[in-house]
Design a protein. Structure first.
Lengths: 344, 344
DNA sequence: GCTGCCTCTGTAAATGTTTACACAACAGGC
DNA sequence: GCCTGTTGTGTAAACATTTACAGAGGCAGC
């Protein structure tokens, strides 16, 4: 395999000149550059990336670390894709890694991916689906800059004040509720386990809109520890069993909404004629329901690009902490919402 | 930052001994090993991964290359996840890269990700969602071993005879059709553009089952160049407009099935009472339809793990070509299929 | 007691790039 | 003529690891 030395010899220049031409750094004559490029071409020279990373003292690589080895949702996938694109434009590569808390118990001892404990392997880390802060401490000990997608650490009242990008759960949920109110709904139920911070925030936005309208907030917010989709289904069953049913259901996320949907279809309750349904997150796969599920878009592609940019801004500036950012959401008023039965 | 040299000095041994202990290679005394490990601990030594890769002449890294920069489906995502897991167990890291044919035109000039044209950057490549063979030639020129997910090269009658893993489209489609026949269906329509090799193979399995049962194969197989979901919807409309309608529809994949579903719901045709519906691929997101969509599982996790293993088997054996593998499928007979109306 | 094998350790070589620094040539200003 | 700054090029150092090879010591078998 050809090396800079070979190229230098063939072009009749020194290795330093070759390096300068190839990297476009420092001074060099255009005629010399042509000779060098010709030699590169003829020898089929390809620079060895490890030497480059070593010499430059930077790997030009970022790790996308997924905190859940078993499943990745379509939002995380979209963020991954857009991170990769943004990083690529900046000349960085992305290594994908996932991990699991060793014992499967939240907060238990964690083994970081081997890669990260090696010196110089990556310049920084983008975290997604990570809900326990001991990982952040581990990364800090390794002096690895990181940014966090979402603001979703459980077991603490505090939210991450820096180095994270979230969407505005509260405002998004407020807007979504407003949308349902505008359509004429008065009995709007919320469904989602409020012991989880993101559902708590969304419930907050919902409650605010309801109380401002002089209406009572209600719904299913218990902690059941089951899959989101099952949660939605059970919650819908409960709402339809006890007391007067709502005319609209606002689900904490699209998966829960799909569960609610399932139960409504089973009971032959027509959407949106008899019941309106609103989700949160605008996960692509749920838009194909018929009629399409209304939801709150969190601009997943933008989220990924901004995460990448925030991390890049931190590189080479040890200790720099960037204030947490919150991106706006947008309500997508699709077919699954409409006026309540009474208003027709 | 501590280096092997520091560790060696502190432990009172040579650097060769440190390296041997840390890598568990060659002979060393357990007492010496303890001294070394103690020194590592005290100094907080972390090996520099670039030197390691350089010295070992191997990057221990594999590139997962997605041929479609704009979208990734949940199957590719699952394969990515399981590749990562399998590679990790083997001590390899995974770098994720995506690309797009430059002009957006299939078969046009392609720019490979920068990473791949660097010497030694990755040891091999796993390809997913790549449908044009000029990429394979480019990788061969770079002497990079690769394996391909799916067997989906368009514009050629030949299939990839080596270095690929596919699921058995023909057998899977045959079984799925058999399943519908067993339920009593006689008019079963196929929906999917047979100019695409995977739909052609599935159509082949379907046709075989039909002809063996002495029945006529029919359906919508034209080339419309629209999104799968729209294809399904239009095809369903066409099937219901012309001639006697089928009692079951076998869609070329789950996305098309979802399109068909949409149209059926719109026309208030009940599934499966009036019409049975079968998909292909078992994409997770579609199982939440109510009733759940019957489909053909292609064992996505296994696919990823086998891809990783096939690639690992090729490493260090330049020129080795491994015969293409075909994994079996399994029909998941879920709620969207049932006996035809007449049989009730 | 010699031979050969096994065990353990150290020496030294090899690996390809970037970059600090030196230096040369030349132009322009005084 | 001398100084200064700009431009282009070469020399040499620095980087941390693995590994081939040498060699020392112990021990078993003859």
């Amino acid at each position: 395999m050809a090396t800079v030395r070979d190229v230098a010899r063939r072009a009749g220049v020194s290795i330093a000149t070759v390096s300068r031409v190839l990297n476009g750094s420092g001074y060099f004559d255009e005629a010399t550059a042509r000779k060098v490029r010709k030699a590169v071409e003829e020898l089929g020279y390809r620079p060895n990336i490890h030497w480059r990373r070593l010499s430059r003292q930077a790997s030009q690589t970022v790790c996308f670390l997924l905190g859940n080895r078993d499943a990745m949702n379509s939002m995380q996938m979209k963020v991954l894709m857009s991170c990769e694109r943004a990083l690529n434009e900046a000349g960085f590569d992305l290594v994908f890694a996932s991990f699991r808390y060793s014992a499967g118990v939240p907060g238990s001892r964690l083994d970081l991916p081997r890669l990260l404990v090696h010196q110089g392997a990556v310049d920084g880390v983008i975290l997604a689906g990570v809900h326990y802060s001991n990982l952040l401490e581990a990364l800090s000990r390794l002096k690895l800059p990181y940014v966090v997608m979402g603001n979703t650490f459980v077991g603490t009242r505090d939210e991450l004040k820096t180095d994270s990008i979230t969407y505005d759960d509260v405002a998004g949920a407020y807007e979504a509720t407003q949308c349902l109110l505008r359509l004429g709904h008065r009995r709007i139920a919320f469904v989602g386990d409020v012991s989880l911070p993101w559902f708590r925030r969304r419930h907050g936005g919902y409650s605010l809109a309801m109380s401002r309208a002089g209406l009572e907030a209600f719904g299913v917010t218990a902690s059941w520890e089951i899959r989101n989709i099952d949660y939605g289904q059970l919650a819908a069953a409960e709402l339809l069993r006890d007391g007067p049913p709502p005319t609209a259901i606002f689900a904490g996320n699209d998966e829960i909404a799909a569960g609610v949907w399932k139960e409504l279809v089973k009971r032959r309750i027509e959407i949106p004629r008899q019941m309106s349904l609103m989700g949160f997150g605008d996960r692509e796969e749920f838009s194909l329901l018929e009629p399409p599920l209304a939801s709150v878009s969190v601009f997943q592609e933008r989220l990924g690009a901004e995460l990448a940019q925030m991390l890049l801004a931190k590189l080479g500036r040890p200790g720099l902490r960037i204030p947490a950012r919150t991106l706006p959401c947008k309500v997508l008023e699709r077919g699954s919402v409409g006026p309540p039965p009474a208003a027709r």
